[in-house]
Ligand binder design. Structure first.
Ligand code: ZN
Length: 311
């Protein structure tokens, strides 16, 4: 045995011991336990209808896929999924991309990472899109970009409000400029919606939202109101920023609470209460709430009384 074979054998031993010590992804997925704030916790304590995939101890928000999201937002099966365009796959023949798309489709049952739905909540017609991070990291490729554009178009046609649940890693690098151009197209679609419909647009950051998504249709200046669930939101990820700046990142860096503090979003709410907040805001913007109307009437009468006294 020469020195090279010996080193190779030592390396294999180290690899084997590491693998033995840490469970594989498959083992983690099959285990009834998950590791959170205070160590192991039963998945059933987090992933249930009451906790809505949030930790009861530290309130960490775990992924909520589009079906779970729409069931919670509209009510179970109280919505209709809208068909969106299917542009050709893998137009640049990027190595391994076809397989990645197939894996995403098999896992989610969707043709891209974005799902669009229409439903009515408390008498309000709402078009909603949600991004599924299980599908290629929630990246926006041509199909996903077209789905977002289709959501805005449908909302213009139906005079409906748009609620966008925004998460994911950014544009699909496998589609290069084809996916990048959807940064422009989705923003144009959002602006066209705002200009032509006069209906509210509300975006919500959900854990985690990065890259071209934050830099385009989910940008803090795009929607009328931008809310967040407790989440991480940024452009480049924390590891990249740390490596580039070679500095320790400040506490709360890229957290939704910091965004709120810096004026980059309008409110951070727990998943259990965010739907109520969204509906309240839509009613306020549409002036449909009777309480808001009566409050406004009281204020108006006060103003007119003061005016009469002054004159
Ligand atoms: Zn926890």
């Amino acid at each position: 045995m020469n020195w090279l074979t010996r080193i190779k054998k030592i390396g294999e031993n180290i690899k084997f011991n590491i693998q033995k010590k840490f469970p594989s992804k498959k083992e983690q997925a099959n285990s009834p336990w998950i590791s959170c704030c205070s160590g192991p916790i039963l998945k059933s304590e987090i992933f249930n209808d009451e906790q809505l995939n949030t930790c009861p101890k530290c309130q960490k928000h775990y992924p909520f896929n589009p079906t779970e999201r729409f069931n919670h937002f509209y009510g179970k099966n109280n919505y209709q999924i809208i068909n969106t365009p299917s542009p050709p796959d893998d137009m640049l023949n990027f190595p391994g991309y076809k397989e990645k798309l197939e894996r995403g489709r098999k896992l989610t049952g969707q043709h891209c990472a974005v799902v669009v739905a229409k439903g009515t909540v408390e008498g309000l017609d709402i078009i909603s899109f949600a991004i599924d991070s299980r599908f290629n990291g929630g990246s926006i490729n041509s199909a996903a970009g077209e789905a977002i554009v289709a959501a805005y178009q449908r909302a213009i046609d139906d005079q409906a409000t748009v609620v966008g649940w925004c998460e994911g890693g950014g544009q699909a690098m496998q589609e290069s400029a084809l996916s990048l151009h959807f940064m422009v197209k989705t923003v144009l679609a959002a602006n066209t919606f705002k200009k032509n419909s006069g209906m509210p647009l509300i975006n919500i950051y959900t854990n985690k939202c990065y890259g071209g998504i934050t830099a385009s249709f989910a940008g803090p200046s795009i929607a009328d109101i931008t809310l967040a669930e407790p989440s991480l939101v940024g452009f480049a990820g924390q590891a990249i920023v740390k490596n580039q700046t070679r500095e320790n990142l400040p506490e709360g860096f890229q957290s939704s609470e910091t965004l709120l503090d810096k004026g980059m979003c309008d409110g951070v709410y727990h998943r259990k209460e965010i739907n109520k907040k969204i509906i309240g805001i839509i009613k306020l913007l549409l002036n449909k709430n009777s309480e808001v109307n009566s409050l406004k009437n009281e204020q108006t009468s006060e103003i007119s009384i003061q005016t009469r006294v002054a004159s």
